[in-house]
Design a protein around this ligand. Structure first.
Ligand code: F0G
Length: 459
C-alpha cells in the first residue's frame, strides 16, 4: 500500500477553543453589527479570518525568543535577521518594521508622491490604501484569467505584460515610482506568479527604468507553486527558487506574519544603498531606530528562524496540502471556489454561490455571516466592502470577483477542523435558495471601511 501523506510536524502545546450554539451566534453577530471583525475570538470556533500572525511558532522559534538581544542599537538579533534576509532573499540592506503595512508606509513615503501611478497585480488593500492615501493611483494589471474562477491557469497571479506596457507607455517615467508585484497574489485568491512572469516584468521594468517592488508576504508559498508547476524548477530546492525569484526585485516589503511564521513583524529589503538611506529617515520617524524598527530583539530572532523554516519544502508541502484538502471537499460538493486552490486560503465565489442576491446587498459578506451562524466559522469578505469607494467619485467600487476567503493559519488546525469547515459551508450551500436578502451599510469609515463597517439586515 502507498503510504498516505502526513504532516511533517507534531503538536507540543494546545489551546482550547469554544463551541457555541446557533442561537448564541445569531445574537453575537447581530451585536457585532454583522461585521465579523467585531466578534470576540471566544465567539468563534474555527477562525479563518486570516493566516496573518495567527500561525503556530515552532519549538526552535520559541527558543530563539529566549536569546533575544534587547539592546537599543546594534543588537545581535538585528544581525541574525540581517543574515537571514541576505542569505535567503539576497538583499544587502534592510529595515525592520512592526508589520507589513508599516513597511509600505515607510517605503511609499520614500517613493510615492501625489498624482503617481503604481501598476501591479491586484494590490493588497493596505498597499492600495497607502498608495491612495498619498493621492496616487494603483493600476491593476493582473491577467484576465484570474477573474474567471473556473479557469485552471496555473499562475493566476501573473501580470499581463500588455496591460503593464500600456501603463508604462502612457505615463512619464517620473510618475511611475515602482511596479508592485505581490507574491502570491492575495487579492486574486492566493494565486502564484510564475518565475517566467517575474523575469519578464523585471526585463520590461528595466527597459523603462522603473524599479520593481515585491510585496512578499507569501513568497515561500509562491516558490512552492513554481516548483510544482514550472518545469524548469521542479528539481530545484525552495531556497534556490526563492533566490531566483528575488533576483528580479529591487526592493521588497514583507509582512512576516505570513511566511516567516511569526505573530508580529515585518521589514523592507533594498538593493540600492541610496534608497535605503532615504527610507531610513522615515523608518526612524514612524517605526524605530534602524536596528529594531518597531520590533523587539526576541521577535527579530524568531523571525529570522521563521525565514529558514518557512522555506523548507516539507513544511510548505504540509501547509499547502491542507488548503488543497479543504478545497477539494468543497469542489466535490459543487461549491464554487477559485480554482486552482490557492496557497493560503480557499476563496469561495459568492456571486455563483448566491446568484439571486444583487451586488448592492453585499453578497460575500452575506455568505460570511451565514457560515458563521451555521458553524461558528469566521471567514472574511474579499468583495464590495473591501474594495471601498472610488477615491475620486466616492461611488462604491464593485470588484469583478465577490469572494469569501477562508484563510488557514499555519500549523494550527487539523484536517478534522477542515472537515468541519467543509461540512458547515456545504450545509449553507444546500440551503442557499432560502437566503433571500443581504445587508446594507449603516456606518462606514472614509478609507479601509471593512474593518469597522456596521451593517443591518435587509428585510
Ligand atoms: N501585503 C499582503 C499581500 C498582505 O496579504 C498583507 C496582509 C499585507 C501586505 C499587510 O501586512 O498585515 O502585516 O500589515 N494581509 C493580511 C490578510 C492582513 O489577512 O491577508 P500586515
Amino acid at each position: 500500500m502507498n503510504l498516505p501523506f502526513a504532516e511533517s510536524y507534531k503538536i507540543k502545546m494546545v489551546e482550547p477553543i469554544k463551541k457555541s450554539t446557533r442561537n448564541q451566534r445569531i445574537q453575537w453577530i447581530k451585536d457585532a453589527r454583522y461585521n465579523l471583525f467585531k466578534l470576540n475570538s471566544d465567539q468563534v470556533f474555527i477562525d479563518l479570518l486570516t493566516d496573518s500572525g495567527t500561525g503556530a511558532m515552532s519549538d526552535r522559534q520559541w527558543s530563539e525568543l529566549m536569546l533575544g538581544d534587547e539592546s537599543y542599537a546594534g543588537a545581535s538579533s538585528y544581525f541574525k535577521m540581517k543574515n537571514a534576509i541576505k542569505s535567503i532573499l539576497g538583499f544587502d540592506y534592510f529595515l525592520p518594521t512592526h508589520q507589513g503595512r508599516a513597511a509600505e508606509n515607510v517605503l511609499f513615503s520614500t517613493l510615492i508622491k501625489e498624482g503617481d501611478v503604481v501598476p501591479g497585480n491586484s494590490h493588497f488593500d493596505t498597499t492600495k490604501g497607502h498608495i491612495e492615501f498619498r493621492k496616487a493611483h494603483a493600476i491593476d494589471c493582473t491577467i484576465d484569467e484570474a477573474f474567471e474562477t473556473t479557469n485552471l491557469h496555473p499562475f493566476k497571479g501573473n501580470i499581463d505584460l500588455n496591460k503593464l506596457e500600456q501603463v508604462l507607455k502612457s505615463y512619464p517615467k517620473e510618475k511611475i515610482p515602482c511596479i508592485v508585484v505581490t507574491v502570491t497574489c492575495n487579492s486574486s485568491g492566493g494565486q502564484p506568479v510564475s518565475m517566467q512572469n517575474l523575469k519578464d516584468v523585471k526585463a520590461m521594468a528595466t527597459r523603462y527604468g522603473i524599479p520593481v517592488v515585491f510585496d512578499s508576504a507569501r513568497f515561500a508559498e509562491n516558490a512552492y507553486f513554481i516548483k510544482l508547476r514550472e518545469e524548469a524548477y521542479k528539481e530545484k530546492t525552495i531556497k534556490e527558487i526563492v533566490w531566483d525569484m528575488f533576483a528580479n526585485a529591487d526592493m521588497m516589503t514583507m509582512s512576516s506574519k505570513k511566511d516567516a511564521i511569526v505573530n508580529m513583524g515585518g521589514f523592507i529589503g533594498f538593493k540600492n544603498e541610496e534608497t535605503f538611506k532615504n527610507a531610513t529617515v522615515f523608518n526612524i520617524m514612524f517605526e524605530g531606530y534602524i536596528t529594531y524598527g518597531g520590533m523587539s530583539g526576541r521577535d527579530m530572532n524568531a523571525l529570522a528562524q521563521g525565514l529558514y523554516e518557512g522555506t523548507e519544502f516539507d513544511y510548505l508541502e504540509s501547509r499547502i496540502k491542507q488548503i488543497e484538502y479543504l478545497g477539494q471537499q468543497l469542489i466535490a460538493a459543487g461549491v464554487p471556489i477559485q480554482m486552482p486552490v490557492g496557497g493560503h486560503a480557499v476563496f469561495v465565489d459568492a456571486t455563483k454561490f448566491l446568484p439571486h442576491l444583487p451586488k448592492e446587498e453585499l453578497v460575500a459578506q452575506t455568505l460570511a455571516i451565514e457560515l458563521y451562524i451555521e458553524g461558528g466559522v469566521r471567514g472574511v469578505e474579499i468583495g464590495t466592502l473591501l474594495a471601498d469607494r472610488d477615491p475620486d467619485t466616492r461611488e462604491n467600487r464593485y470588484p469583478t470577483l465577490e469572494l469569501l476567503r477562508l484563510a488557514i493559519p499555519r500549523r494550527v488546525y487539523t484536517n478534522n477542523h477542515m472537515d468541519y469547515v467543509a461540512a458547515a459551508l456545504i450545509n449553507v450551500y444546500n440551503r442557499r435558495n432560502d437566503i433571500r436578502k443581504g445587508y446594507r451599510i449603516t456606518y462606514e469609515a472614509p478609507i479601509m471601511r471593512h474593518f469597522t463597517v456596521e451593517l443591518e439586515k435587509i428585510y
